[in-house]
Design a protein around this ligand. Structure first.
Ligand code: NAP
Length: 314
């Protein structure tokens, strides 16, 4: 292992610590803490864990987090009516609808939900208004995973301006907003996806390689320029023993974790990349905690913004 560890847990803690004074000041002015409403539809086990972590972090930070649960049989209209109620609720500053929504809601369900969320309360930054503002470099609420990655890079002293950045993955949630944020910080950005020809050669041009594809250990050494900074967004739970044994040597803590739990969390980046990258995010402990810290950050920003606009209207 030679790459420097980009410690997402430490940066996330710093972001949360910096928020605490703003949370107290808001609570004093408003007579209540900043408040986030989370909508969780169905019982997807990964979503349960993400929501539990957001609630735990919110409460530990002094932010009120209300969870609205809907059964997996709920209709899109049921979800929209919860969103509309939260839009007009004076007790909620932020709204987050956990993805994915059940398939039964139809292929456009998430887009319709994101269009319905009040852009001023859209802590995920997914509403078309906030996406448009992001493109124009005027966004206040940025989507949390890419914004957290920018915090990690800048606070770790990684240069962005003028560097070659390659983003693998073009999802609305990670890849596209990531590319836009890097562009606004003056990187020269290439976006890759499943149709990109000769992906390893394109990736190997990057000084800054961001990987968000959802395929365990996909990015191997030939994808990485020696000394490059690599951010591994992938979070893949793998239970196949042969795969785990092929990626991790017997002395690796991942093997012990597998023996204990029967599965391990693996990023999109192969562990061999530690030998060639200059800096790399671990999984877990890299991007995940940053995403949650940025949900809290955006809730505080949304609360301050709405309180400001209420005060200016009064
Ligand atoms: P997604 O919506 O499934 O998008 C995956 C993207 O990867 C697509 O653009 C797809 O290309 C591309 N892709 C898939 N296979 C590829 C291949 N063989 N070669 C090149 N590109 C390929 O996923 P997502 O929501 O962006 O999430 C990606 C990963 O990040 C997942 O593991 C997810 O769990 C993780 N994630 C982590 C966090 C966190 O906080 N740590 C937050 C969000 C997501 P096409 O567009 O051509 O299909």
């Amino acid at each position: 292992v030679s790459a420097h560890v980009l410690d997402g847990t430490a940066v996330a803690r710093a972001i949360r610590d910096e928020l605490s004074a703003r949370i107290s000041a808001f609570a004093q002015r408003a007579g209540r803490p900043p408040a986030l409403g989370i909508v969780l539809v169905g019982d997807d086990p990964a979503s349960e864990i993400y929501v539990r972590n957001k609630m735990k972090t919110g409460m530990a930070s002094g932010i009120t987090v209300d969870l609205v649960r809907l059964p997996k049989t709920a209709t899109l209209e049921d979800a929209l009516s919860v969103v509309r109620r939260l839009n007009t609720s004076p007790a909620h500053d932020g709204i987050l609808v956990q993805s994915p929504l059940p398939d039964t809601m139809g292929p456009d369900a998430e887009a319709v939900v994101f269009e319905t969320i009040d852009p001023a309360k859209d802590v995920d930054g997914f509403s078309p208004v906030n996406v448009g503002r992001l493109v124009q470099n005027r966004a206040v609420l940025h989507s949390c995973t890419p914004a957290g990655i920018i915090e990690l890079l800048t606070r770790s002293g990684v240069d962005i301006a003028g560097r070659r950045a390659v983003v693998i993955g073009r999802s609305d949630i990670v890849g596209k907003p990531m590319a836009m944020l890097l562009l606004h910080r003056h990187a020269t950005v290439t976006i890759c996806h499943s149709r990109t020809l000769d992906l390893p050669s394109v990736a190997a041009e990057a000084d800054l390689l961001i990987v968000a594809i959802g395929r365990p250990a996909f990015v191997t050494r030939p994808f990485v320029k020696p000394g490059a900074t690599v951010v591994d967004v992938g979070m893949n739970r793998v239970s196949d023993r042969a795969l785990v044994e092929s990626w991790f040597p017997p002395e690796s803590p991942k093997r012990a974790e597998y023996a204990q739990k029967g599965s391990v969390l693996v990023g999109d980046v192969h562990p061999d990349v530690w030998d060639v990258a200059g800096a790399l995010t671990p999984v877990p402990g890299g991007v995940g905690p940053l995403t949650i810290a940025m949900v809290m950050h955006n809730t505080v920003v949304a609360a301050e913004m709405q309180a400001g606009s209420t005060a200016s209207r009064a």
